[in-house]
Design a binder for this molecule. Structure first.
Ligand SMILES: [Zn+2]
Ligand SMILES: [Zn+2]
Length: 260
Protein backbone atom coordinates (compact mmCIF):
# COMPACT_ATOMS: atom_id res chain seq x y z
CA UNK A 1 0.00 0.00 0.00
CA UNK A 2 1.40 3.35 -1.03
CA UNK A 3 -0.07 6.62 0.23
CA UNK A 4 -0.19 9.55 -2.19
CA UNK A 5 -1.99 12.39 -0.42
CA UNK A 6 -1.02 14.65 2.48
CA UNK A 7 -3.87 16.84 3.71
CA UNK A 8 -2.28 18.75 6.59
CA UNK A 9 0.66 21.06 5.92
CA UNK A 10 1.86 24.48 7.07
CA UNK A 11 3.85 26.34 4.40
CA UNK A 12 4.05 29.39 6.69
CA UNK A 13 5.21 27.35 9.69
CA UNK A 14 4.58 29.18 12.96
CA UNK A 15 4.30 32.76 11.70
CA UNK A 16 2.90 34.90 8.91
CA UNK A 17 5.14 34.26 5.95
CA UNK A 18 3.25 35.44 2.86
CA UNK A 19 2.80 32.88 0.08
CA UNK A 20 5.21 33.31 -2.82
CA UNK A 21 5.92 31.11 -5.83
CA UNK A 22 9.29 30.19 -4.27
CA UNK A 23 7.88 29.30 -0.85
CA UNK A 24 5.15 27.07 -2.27
CA UNK A 25 7.38 25.50 -4.93
CA UNK A 26 9.65 24.05 -2.22
CA UNK A 27 6.62 22.19 -0.87
CA UNK A 28 5.62 20.90 -4.29
CA UNK A 29 9.17 19.70 -4.99
CA UNK A 30 9.22 17.87 -1.67
CA UNK A 31 5.77 16.36 -2.32
CA UNK A 32 6.84 15.08 -5.72
CA UNK A 33 10.09 13.63 -4.32
CA UNK A 34 8.05 11.71 -1.74
CA UNK A 35 5.62 10.27 -4.25
CA UNK A 36 2.69 12.50 -3.28
CA UNK A 37 0.34 13.59 -6.02
CA UNK A 38 -2.31 15.39 -3.98
CA UNK A 39 -1.56 17.84 -1.18
CA UNK A 40 -3.47 20.43 0.82
CA UNK A 41 -1.95 23.59 2.27
CA UNK A 42 -3.64 24.09 5.64
CA UNK A 43 -1.97 26.95 7.46
CA UNK A 44 -3.36 28.02 10.84
CA UNK A 45 -6.25 30.45 10.55
CA UNK A 46 -4.39 32.98 12.72
CA UNK A 47 -1.96 33.36 9.81
CA UNK A 48 -4.62 33.76 7.12
CA UNK A 49 -3.11 37.13 6.14
CA UNK A 50 -0.25 35.26 4.44
CA UNK A 51 -2.49 33.06 2.25
CA UNK A 52 -2.64 34.14 -1.39
CA UNK A 53 -4.97 32.24 -3.73
CA UNK A 54 -3.36 33.78 -6.80
CA UNK A 55 0.02 32.36 -5.80
CA UNK A 56 -1.60 28.96 -5.30
CA UNK A 57 -3.05 29.22 -8.82
CA UNK A 58 0.40 30.06 -10.20
CA UNK A 59 2.03 26.98 -8.67
CA UNK A 60 -0.92 24.87 -9.83
CA UNK A 61 -0.27 25.97 -13.37
CA UNK A 62 3.46 25.31 -13.10
CA UNK A 63 2.96 21.85 -11.53
CA UNK A 64 0.09 20.07 -13.29
CA UNK A 65 1.26 16.65 -12.06
CA UNK A 66 0.50 17.48 -8.40
CA UNK A 67 -2.98 18.40 -7.22
CA UNK A 68 -2.65 21.40 -4.94
CA UNK A 69 -5.57 22.12 -2.63
CA UNK A 70 -6.18 25.43 -0.93
CA UNK A 71 -7.01 24.83 2.69
CA UNK A 72 -6.84 26.13 6.23
CA UNK A 73 -6.74 24.77 9.77
CA UNK A 74 -9.46 26.53 11.73
CA UNK A 75 -9.17 26.20 15.51
CA UNK A 76 -10.84 27.37 18.69
CA UNK A 77 -8.39 30.11 19.67
CA UNK A 78 -10.47 32.40 21.91
CA UNK A 79 -8.68 35.44 20.46
CA UNK A 80 -8.34 34.75 16.74
CA UNK A 81 -10.95 32.17 15.78
CA UNK A 82 -13.77 34.69 15.22
CA UNK A 83 -11.71 36.45 12.58
CA UNK A 84 -10.58 33.06 11.22
CA UNK A 85 -14.18 31.92 10.80
CA UNK A 86 -15.13 35.15 9.08
CA UNK A 87 -12.19 34.69 6.70
CA UNK A 88 -13.24 31.09 5.93
CA UNK A 89 -16.81 32.20 5.21
CA UNK A 90 -15.61 34.98 2.94
CA UNK A 91 -13.19 32.71 1.04
CA UNK A 92 -15.27 29.51 1.11
CA UNK A 93 -15.44 29.24 -2.68
CA UNK A 94 -11.66 29.60 -3.03
CA UNK A 95 -11.02 26.91 -0.46
CA UNK A 96 -10.96 23.20 -1.23
CA UNK A 97 -10.60 21.98 2.29
CA UNK A 98 -11.05 23.17 5.88
CA UNK A 99 -9.61 21.33 8.86
CA UNK A 100 -11.17 21.79 12.29
CA UNK A 101 -8.95 21.64 15.38
CA UNK A 102 -9.18 22.09 19.12
CA UNK A 103 -5.93 23.53 20.50
CA UNK A 104 -7.41 25.33 23.54
CA UNK A 105 -9.02 23.99 26.71
CA UNK A 106 -9.63 26.17 29.78
CA UNK A 107 -6.61 28.43 29.38
CA UNK A 108 -7.31 31.10 26.76
CA UNK A 109 -3.66 32.15 26.57
CA UNK A 110 -1.91 28.80 25.93
CA UNK A 111 -2.46 25.96 23.47
CA UNK A 112 -2.65 22.75 25.48
CA UNK A 113 -0.59 20.96 22.82
CA UNK A 114 2.57 23.01 23.32
CA UNK A 115 5.38 20.68 24.37
CA UNK A 116 6.28 20.57 27.17
CA UNK A 117 4.52 23.67 28.60
CA UNK A 118 0.95 22.57 27.81
CA UNK A 119 1.26 19.46 29.97
CA UNK A 120 0.85 21.68 33.05
CA UNK A 121 -2.82 22.14 32.07
CA UNK A 122 -3.41 18.46 32.89
CA UNK A 123 -1.72 18.44 36.30
CA UNK A 124 -4.08 17.35 39.06
CA UNK A 125 -7.07 17.19 36.72
CA UNK A 126 -9.67 14.44 36.34
CA UNK A 127 -8.43 13.15 32.97
CA UNK A 128 -11.75 11.62 31.92
CA UNK A 129 -13.32 15.02 32.55
CA UNK A 130 -10.64 16.73 30.46
CA UNK A 131 -11.29 14.26 27.62
CA UNK A 132 -15.05 14.83 27.81
CA UNK A 133 -14.51 18.59 27.70
CA UNK A 134 -12.08 18.27 24.78
CA UNK A 135 -14.52 16.18 22.71
CA UNK A 136 -17.34 18.61 23.50
CA UNK A 137 -15.17 21.32 21.96
CA UNK A 138 -14.58 19.08 18.92
CA UNK A 139 -18.35 18.79 18.47
CA UNK A 140 -18.63 22.58 18.74
CA UNK A 141 -16.14 23.15 15.93
CA UNK A 142 -17.73 20.39 13.83
CA UNK A 143 -21.08 22.13 14.32
CA UNK A 144 -19.89 25.39 12.77
CA UNK A 145 -20.64 24.04 9.30
CA UNK A 146 -17.27 25.42 8.15
CA UNK A 147 -15.31 22.18 8.45
CA UNK A 148 -14.61 19.35 6.00
CA UNK A 149 -12.41 17.22 8.24
CA UNK A 150 -11.29 17.04 11.86
CA UNK A 151 -7.53 17.18 12.54
CA UNK A 152 -5.69 15.04 15.09
CA UNK A 153 -8.96 13.88 16.65
CA UNK A 154 -7.49 12.65 19.95
CA UNK A 155 -4.86 15.38 20.35
CA UNK A 156 -5.85 15.53 24.04
CA UNK A 157 -3.58 12.50 24.60
CA UNK A 158 -0.49 14.38 23.37
CA UNK A 159 1.35 14.48 26.71
CA UNK A 160 0.50 10.86 27.47
CA UNK A 161 -2.54 11.32 29.75
CA UNK A 162 -4.91 8.39 29.28
CA UNK A 163 -8.53 8.15 30.40
CA UNK A 164 -9.61 5.57 32.96
CA UNK A 165 -12.83 4.65 31.19
CA UNK A 166 -13.07 3.05 27.75
CA UNK A 167 -12.32 5.51 24.95
CA UNK A 168 -15.48 4.37 23.12
CA UNK A 169 -17.69 5.92 25.80
CA UNK A 170 -15.75 9.20 25.65
CA UNK A 171 -15.57 9.56 21.86
CA UNK A 172 -18.72 7.71 20.69
CA UNK A 173 -21.10 10.68 20.68
CA UNK A 174 -18.48 12.76 18.85
CA UNK A 175 -17.98 10.13 16.14
CA UNK A 176 -21.75 9.87 15.66
CA UNK A 177 -21.91 13.64 15.30
CA UNK A 178 -19.03 13.66 12.79
CA UNK A 179 -20.81 10.97 10.77
CA UNK A 180 -24.12 12.81 10.89
CA UNK A 181 -22.39 15.91 9.48
CA UNK A 182 -20.71 13.82 6.77
CA UNK A 183 -17.23 14.97 7.85
CA UNK A 184 -13.92 13.16 7.49
CA UNK A 185 -11.21 12.63 10.09
CA UNK A 186 -7.49 12.57 9.41
CA UNK A 187 -5.03 9.79 10.09
CA UNK A 188 -2.02 11.75 11.26
CA UNK A 189 1.58 10.73 11.79
CA UNK A 190 2.26 13.82 13.94
CA UNK A 191 1.56 11.97 17.19
CA UNK A 192 4.62 9.79 16.57
CA UNK A 193 6.75 12.95 16.94
CA UNK A 194 5.13 13.87 20.28
CA UNK A 195 5.52 12.58 23.86
CA UNK A 196 2.53 10.20 23.46
CA UNK A 197 4.36 8.39 20.62
CA UNK A 198 1.17 7.23 18.86
CA UNK A 199 -0.56 8.27 15.66
CA UNK A 200 -3.77 10.37 15.78
CA UNK A 201 -6.25 8.95 16.35
CA UNK A 202 -5.58 5.67 18.18
CA UNK A 203 -6.22 2.28 16.59
CA UNK A 204 -9.37 1.90 18.69
CA UNK A 205 -10.83 5.21 17.49
CA UNK A 206 -9.94 4.36 13.87
CA UNK A 207 -11.80 1.03 14.28
CA UNK A 208 -14.87 2.77 15.74
CA UNK A 209 -14.84 5.45 13.03
CA UNK A 210 -14.49 2.84 10.31
CA UNK A 211 -17.49 0.89 11.67
CA UNK A 212 -19.55 4.07 11.50
CA UNK A 213 -18.50 4.73 7.90
CA UNK A 214 -16.47 7.88 8.59
CA UNK A 215 -14.00 8.62 5.76
CA UNK A 216 -10.30 9.29 6.36
CA UNK A 217 -7.62 11.57 4.98
CA UNK A 218 -3.87 10.96 5.44
CA UNK A 219 -1.77 13.69 7.01
CA UNK A 220 1.65 14.60 8.38
CA UNK A 221 0.93 18.07 9.91
CA UNK A 222 4.24 19.14 8.34
CA UNK A 223 5.58 22.47 9.55
CA UNK A 224 8.53 22.18 7.15
CA UNK A 225 8.51 20.92 3.57
CA UNK A 226 10.93 18.16 4.59
CA UNK A 227 8.25 16.78 6.91
CA UNK A 228 5.66 16.12 4.18
CA UNK A 229 4.59 12.44 4.15
CA UNK A 230 6.57 11.92 7.36
CA UNK A 231 6.40 8.23 8.35
CA UNK A 232 3.79 7.44 5.69
CA UNK A 233 5.21 3.93 5.30
CA UNK A 234 4.39 3.23 8.93
CA UNK A 235 0.96 4.82 8.51
CA UNK A 236 0.28 2.66 5.45
CA UNK A 237 1.17 -0.45 7.43
CA UNK A 238 -1.14 0.62 10.25
CA UNK A 239 -3.97 1.25 7.80
CA UNK A 240 -3.42 -2.13 6.21
CA UNK A 241 -3.66 -3.88 9.55
CA UNK A 242 -6.84 -1.95 10.43
CA UNK A 243 -8.40 -2.67 7.05
CA UNK A 244 -8.57 0.96 5.91
CA UNK A 245 -8.53 0.72 2.13
CA UNK A 246 -9.83 4.10 1.07
CA UNK A 247 -8.52 7.65 1.43
CA UNK A 248 -10.30 10.90 0.80
CA UNK A 249 -9.24 13.97 -1.14
CA UNK A 250 -11.19 17.21 -1.45
CA UNK A 251 -11.88 19.62 -4.29
CA UNK A 252 -13.98 22.69 -3.48
CA UNK A 253 -15.19 20.84 -0.37
CA UNK A 254 -16.38 17.86 -2.45
CA UNK A 255 -14.98 14.61 -1.20
CA UNK A 256 -13.20 12.32 -3.67
CA UNK A 257 -12.58 8.78 -2.43
CA UNK A 258 -9.83 6.61 -3.81
CA UNK A 259 -8.60 3.12 -3.03
CA UNK A 260 -5.10 2.61 -1.71
ZN1 LIG B 1 -3.26 21.43 14.90
ZN1 LIG C 1 -1.54 21.69 11.96
Amino acid sequence: MRLFSDYHSHPQGHRVQPYTRELLQRWIDSARAKGLRDIAFTDHDRFHAGIDFDKIDEVREANPDVKIRAGIELDNDPETSASGRAWVEKNWDHLDFVLGSVHYLDRPDQMFDTVPEGAAQFAGRDIDGVYADYFRRIRDIAATGLIDCLSHLDLVKIHGHRPHGPISSLVGETLDFIRSRNLAIELSTAGWRKPVGEQYPSDEIIRLAKEKGIPFTTASDAHSHAQLADRFDELAARMQSLGVREVSMFERHQRIAESV
